[in-house]
Design a protein around this ligand. Sequence first.
Ligand code: KG4
Ligand code: ZN
Length: 353
Amino acid sequence: MTEPAQYKILAIDTSCDETSVAISNRELILANIISSQIELHKQWGGVVPTIAERAHREKILPIVTMALKRAKLSLNEIDYFAVTVGPGLSIALAVGIETAKQLAIQQGKPLIAVNHMVGHVYANFAKNKVGHSSADKFVFPALALLVSGGHTEIVLIRSENDWEIIGQTLDDALGEAYDKVARILNLGYPGGPIVARFAKFGNPLAFDLPVPMLNSGDLNFSFSGLKTAVLHVVRELNKSTNQAIGPQQTYDLCATFQRVAIKSVIIKLSKAVTNYNVKQVLLGGGVVANTQLRQEIRRALPKNVTLHYPNLKKLCTDNAAMIAVAAYHQAQRNEFIDPNIIDRQPNLSIKSH
Ligand code: KG4
Ligand code: ZN
């Protein structure tokens, strides 16, 4: 296959509560604009799909223009258009898909459909201005640990197009558990970053919380029981003192929850690394912004296993740069989609990749 000299890609992600447009040349990120809707959803304690859809509609075209300006390119210089088709909120996904489809048709350029979770893995290959990325290439078989607000998965990557989920959560995702614990403790939304910050001031051994799925014998996770255990502790403490728990107890609960949740992740990840004789682990998803998680995973993995995580926090949480990089790899394999049949796949799994 003769490659075009340029691989300029405009990618869109509107899968949840971030409207994002990125422009890349191969794996080099020229622009990665992310407009967060957190302020709109905060008062509801979670993402409201109809509010998300409206905000995506208002923002998407101005953000496309902003991304082109940042990348110093015009629309007709783009070689490929790419968009997240799932998993995500159906009516939110539709906004990005509609926009990318129209741009591809109008410019007469190929369209690429990207799985959001696959994008989280490729975030590790995104290169910054000076050409640095967290990972240069896969070392097969590789493992990806994907931890976000909607997913907790261990993925075995045998080759670029042979991916299999070998472990996943049976109930809440890890990010969801952080968000729910934050809600129990009245810390606001999204809870992950707040719980992580408060955990720094607490004693991680202050309470006796069970490590979930310790003896399950598989690679799956469960975080809903842990969240309920936190709720019970809060109720007991409130009852015994007849008042709301104080700051130190809040810090201690955050620290203990985080220690137990991370321990559960590490037990399953280590088991998967051994079972499949893996030499490379890639992290992806919003919870990877958590430094404690990264550090403890590094400490737990054998020295001969390389660990990668996106080199910027904004590449861990939702963004379109990761979609652009995944799309570049798909373009090399000629994986394009007919704009007339592209559709949202809210429950898309990695198996379909
Ligand atoms: O990947 P992402 O941006 O969106 C989804 O695709 O879900 O992940 C968002 C999740 C939220 O649950 C948020 O609370 C969590 O990632 N998160 C964190 C941290 N930063 C974001 N969780 C723990 N520690 C953090 N520092
Ligand atoms: Zn995500």
